[in-house]
Write a protein that binds this ligand. Sequence first.
Ligand code: 3H9
Length: 688
Amino acid sequence: MLPSEPHPRDQHVRIITLDNPPVNALSFAYCAKLLGEIRAAHADDSVEAVVITGAHGLFSAGADVNDFQAEMPANAVTIRDVIAAVEASVKVHVAAMDGNCLGGGLELSLACDYRVATRNARLGLPEIRLGLIPGAGGTQRLPRLIGARTALEFMLKGSSISAGRALELGIIDEVVAEGLIERARALASEPKRRLSERDAIIAKDLPLQAGPYVVAQAHKMVPPEENGGLAAHKLIDAVQASVELPFVFGIGRETRLFDELVRSAPSQALRHLFFAERELDKIPGLALSGVALRQAQGDTGPRGDDTIAKAAVVGAGTMGSGIAISLAQAGIPVVIVDNNDEAVDKARQTVMGMFMYQVQKGRLTQEEAWKRGQSIRFTDDWNELSDADLIVEAVFENLDVKREVFRKLDAIAKPGAILASNTSTLDIDALARETKRPDRVLGLHFFVPANIMPLLEIVRGRETSPETLAVAFALAKRLRKKGVLSGNAFGFIGNRMIFDYVGTANAIAEEGVPPYRIDAVMKAFGFPMGPFAMSDLSGLDIGLAVQKARGGDANGRTHVLERLIGMKRLGQKTMAGFFKYDKSVGKGREPIRDPQVEEIFAEEARNAGVTPRAYSDEEIRDRLLGALVHRGQKLLEEGIALRPGDIDIVYVYGYGFPPHRGGPMWYAEHSTLSPFDKLRVTREPTHA
Ligand code: 3H9
């Protein structure tokens, strides 16, 4: 039973506040300071208990990830030292948590005797997302607190949970609406209780003997070590140790596994992505970027840019409705304008279906779903766009059609409104020229499905103003998307690179390598699908239109595509493209090898005088990755992409590049299998 009244002893509680802005990261330098404060509290006889809390609206984001980028100095003080001091002390320690309490921060709280949190607290052990495992006792203490099975699930997911959920799981002792420190002081008068002294459990309903089964099942459920699952397998090993070994030996195992992972290639790649993601909105010349932009948005209330109070979308197609859902999910009311009744009906169904699905999944209540659904309105009256702060055009991918739309929008939209195009290839400046507000025109390239895909290319036209860009970056955050700046050039970053990649795949197929083998190689590398299955998914007709606009594929040819389209093989939508599809196989989405297509490739190759040649799997992989990397390099040289890391984010979040390989640019530089020079040698001729 926890006390409700402050105890007289709480007069002697020392409050230690983690204070290392912006996120109270527990860097080596900060841990040295913190250890000093903790030791001082322990040495002071007048202090009977310690409350650890955090400044800046959060407890701590955990270890400082920057510290992992270099060899650890011999005299470095780490969270482990701080935790060892807390653990060794006879005084009671209470963690008083608000905001984020992540990684090493949560581990520090687990070393405390009691944990109390505000309703705003978010708790997580996200190390797996950095290719790591909790390395400051988390893998040993959490299983002792909530059972190995639940602890493993929590750490394998790596996502943070609310204070309420943490209370349900038993990670914290109390949630308070207010008076966090007062409650922590009260808990400080409770008896000492160390998790390290508890016996391990698998789960309340399972005996310890079930351990090997739980462990074996867990190993089966995660990806193979060499394909993105390295940290997951090590995490399972560490949790197994928590059940099988005495606490100190378990800690020893955890430390060894953590130290091994810090040096591993997948973790380095994932840490690169972590930092690349945080660089995205740091744009040279942009008055408000990075931290300044975030601060300007305010630490409280809904994050993001409040200047967009109302949005509009032109076009009720798949893209338009996805964009509208995405905006509505972020709490922005949207009006969709479309004159086609059939499209509107379909969009209405998509929107409602989407929100009902969220209810089924338990992510929204009926009431919330209804409210969100209501925040998307449909109209055929363009005048209803006149009070929108942002209008996103998502009509047919044709420059003349879009020009016309922009002319119309410029006349209707209020003076300050931003006009954005969702084009995936076309010239933003050509659209801006149709308006009297070119500074307020830009591209917002969403990916299909727009309400799910986490990438947003933000395309800067010649005259797009820094303020407009700042609003776009803030919007990306609000939509929980990775906003990546791109210059205005055909296909922007992602599609420009994918054209070369797909073109190269076609060229290899003409040299006699069956499409199914090319796809298998790229899947083995870690892509969710190969280039031909991807083309089938997006539609061969769309692919041909884009290639024609560009003067052919990487080899300047479109013959195979034209022949397949002539045979009404448009891809998955017609159950045939580069592959066959069968409703009874993988719900019609599973590509099936088709020798007829291989024969077409062979015929076209003969006509073009291409000599067949044998390829190893490595050559196939390197030529395809080489196509991506060399186009990426060019985009950097041309200033279309700002940084290699931006390209990596585009590929990981927009095109399924395996995150543990860091994105194409990182991979090219860091892989021992495919050093950049080798990729350079196998470069494809492309049509710039
Ligand atoms: C760990 O704890 C290992 C231990 O188990 C064992 C050790 C032995 N380190 O994301 P934001 C910076 S591993 C260094 O834009 P938000 C970030 O780079 C760690 N820097 O803000 C940015 O800097 P800048 C496990 C960090 O409000 C600034 O803070 N923990 C760290 O959107 C603002 O960040 C994690 O994996 C860090 N740990 O989101 C948590 N965290 O302004 C990682 C942030 O110069 N962090 N920074 O670009 C996060 O998930 C988010 O940053 C957080 C805030 C949710 C905290």
